[in-house]
Design a protein around this ligand. Structure first.
Ligand SMILES: C[S@@+](CC[C@H](N)C(=O)[O-])C[C@H]1O[C@@H](n2cnc3c(N)ncnc32)[C@H](O)[C@@H]1O
Length: 202
């Protein structure tokens, strides 16, 4: 019998839903969020995600901020709670993830989150900051295409913060971004993860 393979980045996960609570504890936040099978990080907040939330600079107090590949929403929710006057866009292709983010944002009383598929974000929105635990598993070509789609939407002076595992190609991704003309710095290297800061080149 062959068991169908499922990926966390499918629009409609093939695996049956089985919601489970996970806990987001960060600074003064202590939230119970719902995760699910077929959505990244369903067993608990991902270590890379926690590293990004702890080590990246806080989001701007206002303006538009993007969580690229929001999953069930831990990054978007933390950003929205830290900057209640900013609008946080939580974007994903996985419909189950988007549903969870909507529900989790409500539970977390994070009213300043807009949950959207990539195509639903108005074209004229520019982001003062982008935070992402990007979907490295989609493969190098699609990952590069994804970054080239969203990074040009940073405002002048805006920055993207990406967490990538060192052994999943963080350094080659940083090199490739620099080759595309971005200013890339390694903000932190911790527990096998790199936090990359990416800015538009001058
Ligand atoms: C590594 S997971 C991170 C999820 C969540 N931010 C977290 O930290 O738990 C990457 C996410 O990117 C999403 N993703 C994959 N391809 C995408 C695309 N083209 N546009 C937006 N999101 C995408 C996946 O569905 C997945 O939820």
């Amino acid at each position: 019998m062959s068991i169908p393979k499922t990926h966390y980045f499918e629009a409609k996960p093939a695996v049956a839903s089985r919601p489970r609570p996970v806990h987001l504890r960060l600074g003064g936040l202590d939230l119970e969020l719902q995760a699910d099978r077929g959505v990244f990080g369903s067993r608990g907040i991902d270590l890379g995600t926690m590293t990004l939330l702890k080590e990246a600079p806080p989001p701007p107090q206002s303006g538009d901020v993007l969580d690229l590949g929001c999953g069930y929403g831990p990054i978007a929710i933390a950003l929205a709670r830290v900057s209640p006057e900013a609008r946080v866009w939580a974007v994903d292709v996985n419909e189950r993830a988007l549903e969870l983010t909507r529900a989790n944002a409500q539970t977390a009383q994070a009213a300043n989150i807009s949950v959207a598929t990539p195509g639903d974000v108005p074209n004229d929105i520019r982001f003062d900051a982008i935070y992402s635990n990007p979907p490295v598993r989609v493969g190098k070509g699609p990952l590069h295409a994804l970054l080239l789609e969203w990074l040009p939407r940073l405002t002048p002076g805006g920055a993207a913060y990406l967490v990538v595992q060192r052994n999943l190609g963080a350094d080659s991704l940083a090199k490739w971004l620099a080759e595309q003309g971005y200013e890339v710095s390694r903000l932190k290297s911790k527990k096998g993860f790199r936090i990359l800061e990416v800015r538009s080149g001058s």
